[in-house]
Design a protein around this ligand. Structure first.
Ligand code: X8Z
Ligand code: ZN
Length: 600
């Protein structure tokens, strides 16, 4: 309870009994919450199916249906949030009712104001943005390429002219979204204000069991912990890119050209490991994509391998319907949203993933990521509706990534993907760590800046005319990267990243990068691992699985520090585990960078 509502509550206590009669009681609040959960549950069962069909079969009709369902959900959530606020001054609430009332008031991604038609307009815009992204195409060597294929091609193409073409053509997908996005911000902010928040960003930041302002500080503190490692990786990578492409393409100093890093958004750089690998020790001896191809594994076998990891920890196999209802590969005959996601259609056991799987190392990791969502969803399915979520949204994103950290060479031998004779010895550790760092570390500044941009947009500090400039400025400030070509005045580059048109808050991925290393270090400790951290795999350890499940089962029922403590013994998020994992590499990077002017 806030100080303000406490004062109000004690003032009310002085009023004569008759004047208090209309005031709701703690019992009223509890009954209201139960009814709200029933309403949300009925809505969710229906709407999830509509959203699934829309995402896996984009047409004007399914767009219209999804927009209808979206509007209905927003109206319901906002109505319940406003009703929940009527209990703000009630005293004597039990902890669960108080927590659920707060969740009802805060946990809406895009609220709409009461104004007639606002929820409908907001849902139509949101659906249009997501479908525009889903249908987006770019070009490579003059040929049209769909987003999902272009993403993969960014990892293998090495001709800077073609890379530039792919980057530029894909970023044009965002352009038509700019007006819609500005309007969406206006409507959602009006909705957030009616619910008592300064703006939509403030509402998002309020969802972490701490004051919103403290959350912003937490992100900055965690980023400051890991940014020195990023700066050294950036410095080393820039040198290697300069050696490969020459001064005209990549200068020795200053920022890196965004299209040279093997990923459309420069968020994971592992695809260009071959460009940065140190001579000799850089040959880590295997590539997961090549192993999968040589074992003739297709998308389904890859998902089975992911399931097998979780089964080895004691988790029950995925339900039969998972295999018949999921979308594993891109259908040939229709538009779909390829961006990977995990679904729990009925909040019971109708678990599914939606992917356009390619047989490569990136998608092998993404499968573990998505399955982490599914096992989490299933673990908390006994909780009541408002607790059907992770401790905070970063936890949901971290579980599958934590699982994928256990994909070590020794693990690959155990599951029959790698020959024992090919296991890289300790002399290859720097190579292994460098490849993993290229995958994980660039995500730190990136995952922090996406919502820094949105927070600025929602607060009004960034005006529509400056949307793109603010994006490019943040990319330079935090990632030290620049677009390969000057951006046109009407560009809307944020629209070329799924989570902006998809309206998925992104700070969760920042937290997940921190948390996955904390989970991993704790799990390895529980397993009694004594070697270098990055060589540990908890594959097959049922005791660790039981303890992990105990955290997952809690869902959102307790503040996240309690959930974190249940598994790791600590109630603080910290970058220390990640830094410990990469410590030998960081020392090595500093040696390599001697004499360089690092930074940008
Ligand atoms: O969006 C995702 C997942 C779906 S929840 C594939 N990720 C972020 C991204 O792709 O930008 C996972 C890593 C970060
Ligand atoms: Zn995810």
């Amino acid at each position: 309870m806030t100080i303000k509502s406490l004062a109000l509550a004690s003032a009310l206590a002085l009023l004569p009994a008759a004047a208090q009669a209309a005031e709701p009681t703690a019992a009223d609040a509890k009954a209201f919450v139960a009814d709200a959960e029933a309403q949300l549950s009925a809505y969710s069962d229906k709407a999830q199916r509509v959203f699934w069909v829309n995402a896996t079969y984009i047409t004007d009709d399914t767009d219209a249906m999804a927009a209808d369902a979206g509007a209905e959900g927003t109206l319901l959530q906002v109505k319940l949030a406003k009703e929940a606020a009527k209990f703000n001054t009630v005293t004597g609430l039990d902890a669960d009712t108080a927590r659920k009332l707060f969740l009802l008031r805060q946990a809406i991604v895009l609220p709409a104001p009461d104004a007639p038609g606002a929820a409908k307009e907001l849902a139509e815009i949101a659906t249009r943005l997501q479908s525009t992204y889903g249908k987006g195409k770019g070009t490579a060597r003059g040929k049209d390429v769909v987003g999902n294929d272009l993403e993969a091609l960014m990892g293998t193409e090495r001709d800077p002219k073609v890379l530039q073409e792919m980057w530029e053509s894909w970023h044009a997908v965002g352009k038509p979204m700019a007006g819609d996005y500005a309007r969406l911000v206006e409507i959602a902010n009006a909705g957030a204000k009616e619910l008592g928040f300064a703006d939509t960003g403030a509402m998002w930041r309020a969802g972490y069991d701490m004051p919103a302002a403290d959350f912003e500080k937490l992100i900055d503190r965690l980023l400051a912990e890991v940014q020195p490692l990023y700066t050294d990786l950036h410095c080393y990578t820039r040198t290697k890119l300069n050696e490969k492409y020459g001064d005209a393409v990549q200068a020795k100093t200053g920022p890196i050209r965004a299209d040279l890093l093997g990923n459309m958004w420069a968020q994971e750089w592992a695809s260009i490991y071959d460009v940065v690998a140190p001579k000799g020790a850089g040959d880590v001896g295997y590539d997961i994509g090549e192993l999968l191809v040589s074992k003739q594994m297709g998308p389904i076998e890859m998902v089975k391998a992911g399931e097998n990891f979780y089964s080895s920890l004691g988790f029950a196999p995925l339900p039969a319907t998972f295999w018949t209802r999921s979308q594993f590969t891109k259908p040939a005959d229709r538009e779909v949203v390829c961006h990977a996601s995990a679904w729990d259609i009925d909040n019971k056991d109708d678990l599914r993933i939606k992917m356009c799987i390619k047989v490569n190392s990136t998608d092998f990791v993404t499968i573990h990521h998505e399955l982490g969502h599914n096992y989490y969803q299933r673990a908390y399915n006994k909780q009541s509706l408002l607790y059907l979520n992770s401790a905070n949204d970063g936890f949901h994103e971290a579980i599958g990534d934590f699982a994928a950290l256990n994909v070590t060479p020794e693990y690959l031998v155990k599951v029959g993907l790698l020959d024992q004779a090919k296991v890289p010895d300790a002399s290859r550790d720097i190579g292994l760590l460098l490849r993993q760092a290229m995958e994980k570390v660039p995500g730190m500044p990136w995952t922090a800046l996406v919502d820094k941009w949105r927070w600025g947009v929602f607060s009004g500090a960034t005006k529509p005319a400056d949307y793109n400039k603010a994006w490019t400025d943040l990319r330079l400030k935090y990632q030290g990267i620049v677009p390969p070509v000057p951006r046109p005045a009407d560009a809307f580059d944020p629209g070329a990243k799924y989570h902006i048109p998809g309206n998925t808050p992104y700070a969760r991925y920042f937290l997940a990068r921190i948390l996955q290393f904390q989970f991993y270090e704790a799990a390895c400790k529980q397993a009694g691992w004594k070697g270098p951290l990055h060589r540990c795999s908890i594959y097959g350890d049922k005791a660790v699985g039981t303890r992990l499940n105990a955290m997952l089962e809690m869902g959102m029922s307790k503040p996240w520090p309690e959930a974190l403590k249940a598994f790791t013994g600590s109630d603080q998020m910290s970058g220390k585990s990640m830094l410990a994992y990469f410590a030998p590499l960081h020392t090595w990077l500093k040696q390599q960078n001697k004499g360089q002017k690092c930074g940008w």
